[in-house]
Design a protein around this ligand. Structure first.
Ligand code: PLP
Length: 369
């Protein structure tokens, strides 16, 4: 029984007729950038996220970059961002000309807190980018209140948090922008790169739409300098099909996570993920903290269970940020997570039986059968 970390071919086979039909219709339509199908997806996604505007773009890294540009953030500005995440949030700050200021995460929830952010705010601070990591939302309302108090923009990176919410408030709808990735392995994945921004501010939405299309809404309009970052028609059509399945796929992830939690709670060498009160955690990743990680990973691999590490290194400790001269003591939680986190397979294509098999293998490794 081979248990792979993702199984996108299997997912395709489940929805093959719908996908094949929509791809055919795009090919026969002969129009591949923009158009009605992109608009249809944007409307569908904003409806599901309970927000006013959705702007399809090339990928989430672009989405984050465009949101900083639209908010006027650049040279001389500081932007606060998590030390523990994927590198995109830090990269785009530098790309916009500003300086990334890293903040450590809460060890229980892997997300940043308003208290930690507050300590990093100074007169140069212009914005905060938070990440709803692994599918769990950060304490967005408290962070939003802090941002308002200091006149800072707030961007929510929701690349791992499609349909996540806190007290029924959808991820991405509290900040000025929510950025989503539709990278193939994300909870909602295209067949290539894709992403979007959501926002309740109509003016910001219009600005991003222009920035993503050479400064204009049509081909010959250039009100400002922008770039080219658009959502392909083919990807939009595929995403519209998959969007219908997203709620059911999300429920399956949550069900798998609960099965892991029920079956691994007695294993003392392993710390299970915790969910903040009121949060709907959508388990983009099911991340445990473990003792003897490399041994466990090798053992599971020998039992045909594929696991991954998100992430082997905290962002400030990557060679790309050597110039900031950070030491492990600057971000002690992230420094420790590097050695402890392990992501178990949790994709919706898995069966309950397969999850139980993974649990059994983990228990047999730790000798707690
Ligand atoms: C995947 C991911 C991104 C980048 O998404 P792309 O669409 O590949 O640019 C950014 N932030 C987080 C937290 C991610 O998981």
């Amino acid at each position: 029984m081979k248990i792979s970390f993702a199984n996108l071919a299997n997912q395709y086979l489940q929805i093959k007729p719908e996908i094949d039909e929509t791809i055919q219709s795009v090919l026969l339509g002969g129009s591949f950038v923009g158009g009605e199908l992109v608009q249809q997806f944007e409307e569908g996604f904003s409806k599901l996220c309970n927000t006013k505007n959705c702007i399809g773009v090339g990928n989430a890294t672009d989405a984050l970059f465009l949101s900083l540009k639209a908010l006027g953030i650049g040279l001389g500005d500081e932007v606060i961002t998590p030390a523990w995440s994927w590198i995109s949030t830090a990269e785009v700050i530098s790309l916009a000309g500003a300086k990334p200021i890293f903040v450590d995460v809460n060890p229980d929830f892997f997300t940043v807190t308003s208290e930690a952010i507050k300590k990093k705010i100074n007169t140069k601070t212009k914005a905060v980018i938070i990440v709803h990591l692994y599918g769990q939302v950060a304490e967005t309302l408290a962070i939003k209140a802090l941002c308002d108090q200091h006149n800072l923009s707030l961007i929510e990176d929701c690349s791992q948090a499609h349909l996540s919410s806190e007290n029924d408030v959808m991820a991405g709808t509290i900040g000025d922008f929510g950025a989503f990735s539709f990278y193939p392995t994300k909870n909602l994945g295209a067949y290539g790169d894709a992403g979007c921004l959501i926002t309740n501010h109509d003016e910001l939405a219009m600005k991003v739409r222009r920035l993503a299309n050479h400064g204009g809404l049509s081909k010959d309009e250039h009100l400002m300098e922008g770039t080219n970052s658009r959502l392909d028609t083919l990807q939009a059509a595929i995403l519209s099909v998959k969007l219908k399945h997203l709620p059911a796929w999300t429920d399956l992830r949550i069900k798998h996570a609960q099965l892991y939690i029920n079956n691994l709670s007695g294993v003392t060498d392993l710390e299970l993920p915790k969910t903040r009160n009121g949060v709907k955690h959508t388990f983009h990743q099911f991340v445990v903290k473990v003792q003897r990680r490399s041994e466990l990973q090798l053992y599971l691999n020998s039992k045909e269970v594929e696991t991954l590490i998100h992430y082997p290194k905290a962002i400030p400790f990557e060679p790309a940020y050597n110039y900031l001269n950070h030491i492990e003591l600057d971000f002690p939680v992230s420094a420790q997570l590097q050695n402890e986190v392990l992501s178990l397979p949790v994709h919706p294509e898995l069966s309950g039986e397969q999850i139980l098999y993974v649990c059994d293998m983990i228990k047999s490794f730790y000798g707690s059968n």
